[in-house]
Write a protein that binds this ligand. Structure first.
Ligand code: ADP
Ligand code: MG
Length: 298
């Protein structure tokens, strides 16, 4: 694992411990199994990246170990997690192309000592086309993650931040994951495209990955002043039931400012509504992990 600088990491660890103490965050027992979760929605700008990085930071503060794989050539998750992602940096591109191994691509995140990241660089932009002619093109990410180093990294959660399309990158994520986390923006046309996503999940489940399922929906950018936001929430809850997290992420300017400082909102402004709700959502996810474990054992 490349450690570009010790200083920001030490600072991050310090900051994490301050947040834990100041906000009295409890520490949870680690679940004892790994959940690999693709954060997907082919619509852009619905909060996929924001959700992936903030849940990762929050889970890290609760004592979980988390790896975020940035699979969007934009590299926004890499930025928010303080990862180096200049062209040529060992990244998700090199990983899928077999140029670098997982251990060469993983970086420590500045979001906390429990958070790791495989960044995305601009090199990933051409990969949808490059992948087309490759052997086992849908399984490249899955195979690259079948690596002792990933086991040694000993993470409880892997989040794969998908690009806004249903192309081969997203398919690679869906083959490598067991679960889909779908962020839905509480806005006009919120459900547009969700049917198509569900259809794709069904196809991948029957042809490429029988374990795949939509496990979690999170409502994002909720604006409490509009009736529309309430209507979207009701509709999603009526249709999808239990898989929708109780916690709703409000629209908050702090959330959108944080990436400009290469931070998650949890570091940028821990007391803000955005930070508190992502911490709350992460807690729900941990509690659900406990329930999954019980179900598996019982
Ligand atoms: P996606 O990854 O689905 O394209 P992003 O997470 O990048 O979406 O979010 C799109 C934009 O909306 C970004 O500028 C982000 O900072 C902003 N944003 C995301 N969540 C919130 C929120 N809860 N409140 C305000 N702005 C948000
Ligand atoms: Mg994104």
């Amino acid at each position: 694992m490349t450690n570009y600088s010790d200083t920001p990491i030490a600072e991050a660890a310090d900051q994490a411990s301050r947040i834990i103490h100041r906000y009295g965050l409890e520490q949870f027992e680690r679940p004892g199994f790994r959940r690999t979760i693709a954060v997907a929605n082919q619509k852009g700008g619905v909060g996929k990246t924001t959700t992936a990085v903030n849940l990762a930071a929050a889970l890290g503060l609760y004592g979980m170990r988390v790896l975020v794989i940035d699979l969007d050539p934009q590299g926004n998750a890499s930025t928010a997690l303080g990862a180096e992602h200049r062209a040529g940096t060992p990244s998700s591109y090199e990983l899928m192309m077999g140029i670098n191994t997982a251990s060469e691509c993983v970086q420590q995140s500045t979001a906390g000592e429990n958070v790791f990241v495989i960044p995305a660089t601009i090199d990933l932009a051409g990969s949808e086309i490059e992948l087309v002619s490759m052997v086992a093109r849908e399984h490249r990410l899955l195979e690259a993650l079948r690596d002792d180093y990933i086991d040694e990294l000993d993470v409880d959660f892997i989040f794969i931040d998908c690009p806004p399309s249903l192309g081969l990158l997203t398919i690679n994520a869906m083959v490598a994951a067991q679960e889909i986390l779908l962020p839905i923006q509480c806005e006009y046309y919120a459900l547009e495209g969700v049917g198509q996503l569900l259809n794709n999940i069904k196809l991948i489940k029957s042809h490429l990955n029988k374990n795949l399922h939509l496990s979690t929906i999170i409502l994002t950018m909720f604006d409490g002043r509009t009736r529309l936001a309430d209507q979207v929430e009701d509709e999603v809850r009526n249709h999808f039931g239990d898989i929708v997290l109780d916690t709703v992420i409000p629209r908050s300017v702090k959330v959108s400012e944080a990436p400009g400082f290469s931070q998650t909102v949890i570091q940028f402004d821990p007391g803000s509504a955005g930070s508190k709700t992502y911490l709350e959502a992460a807690k729900e996810i941990i509690i659900r992990s406990g329930e999954m474990e019980e179900a598996n054992n019982g």
